[in-house]
Design a binder for this molecule. Structure first.
Ligand code: G3H
Ligand code: 13P
Ligand code: ZN
Length: 313
């Protein structure tokens, strides 16, 4: 099956009360692990590429890895630019085979965010590509840019209608207390999300797909494996999965997961290398890393996102 946009995926997800997983990809083993899990669970999936991933692996490698994966699968797959910072990177991805882009104007003023997002939407729609915008600002680390919790801000529900109407975006990322990275809450702090904001946004934008960034749960199982095998991740805390399940039943149609993949991949490598100090064939230590990606993605699809079997409906 060829790459698709997220339009139909989101319509069905909204109506069905589930969400689609948007998983960050950086290399072949991550693409393979995600695609095997999604294929076996018959789940539509979004593979997303950040500017950092594009710089690391190069655009054509990533696009062609995803195209190669399509040869072994029959599920709907969208290729998405994660956190596009400006018009130029969005244009390069639209021209270069992506079916969806995010323009992240959340650090600009409201009017500047609208102007930039509208410009990307006009170009994208003219080329059959869909666009995700963002209102509100998440804490955490993206591409070496650290947003402190002081600079983070929740989405203001009274702005969302105007933003969507003036820009023409196809989906909207909002800030309700999630954050990027593996340290989302302080030790002892009770994890909380502002479901009141999500519900208010949903009222103002009926039937409109909402996106949740910074939604890794930070599996303590993988953290333990990393720490037992020479790593040091103190106090890594993620979003409780029951909160993600709740969000998926509401207007959230896309849930972004990257840190969980990184932890799964790293746990696989660290454990293998610790147990087999004499081995140096990358295929040996990348196999458990890829297996962990598959296990994690299957778990998310079946137990958190609720999108298993959705590719057949
Ligand atoms: O939102 C950020 C994603 O986790 C991508 O991270 O910019 O380090 O590739 P990155
Ligand atoms: P996590 O760091 O919680 O995995 O968030 C990823 C993300 O939002 C990618 O855009
Ligand atoms: Zn993000």
């Amino acid at each position: 099956m060829a790459l698709v946009t997220t339009k139909e995926m989101f319509q069905k997800a909204y109506a069905g009360g589930y969400a689609i997983g948007a998983f960050n990809v950086n290399n072949m083993e991550i693409v393979q692990g995600i695609m095997e899990a999604a294929g076996e669970e018959k789940a539509p999936v979004i593979l997303q590429v950040s500017a950092g991933a594009r710089k690391y692996a190069k655009h054509a490698y990533l696009v062609n890895l995803v195209k190669a994966a399509l040869e072994y699968s029959d599920i709907p797959v969208a290729l998405h630019l994660d956190h596009g910072a400006d018009f130029e990177i969005c244009k390069a991805c639209i021209d270069g085979g992506f079916t969806s882009v995010m323009i992240d104007g959340s650090h600009h003023s409201f009017d500047e965010n609208i102007a930039l997002t509208k410009k990307v939407v006009e170009y994208a729609h003219a080329h059959g590509v869909v666009v995700e915008g963002e209102l509100g600002r998440l804490a955490g680390i993206e591409d070496d840019v650290k947003v402190s919790s002081v600079d983070a801000s929740y989405t203001r529900p009274d702005e969302v209608e105007e933003f969507v109407n003036r820009t023409g975006v196809d989906s909207l990322a909002i800030a309700i207390g999630t954050s990027h990275g593996a340290y989302k809450f302080k030790p002892g702090q009770k994890p909380q999300l502002r479901f009141d904001i999500l519900e208010e946004v949903e009222k103002r934008l009926p039937n409109f797909p909402i996106v949740l960034h910074g939604a890794s749960s930070v599996s303590q199982e993988f953290v333990k494996i990393i720490n037992e095998n020479g790593g040091k991740l103190d106090d890594a805390i993620g979003i409780p999965e029951d909160m993600l399940r709740q969000a998926a039943k509401l207007a959230v149609c896309k849930i972004n997961i990257d840190s969980d993949l990184r932890l799964a991949f790293t746990a696989g490598i660290r454990k293998y290398m610790n147990e087999n100090p004499g081995h140096f064939d990358p295929r040996q230590y990348l196999t458990p890393a890829r297996d962990n990606i598959k296990t994690l993605v299957r778990h998310k699809i079946v137990n958190v996102l609720g999108c298993a079997g959705a590719a057949e409906k």
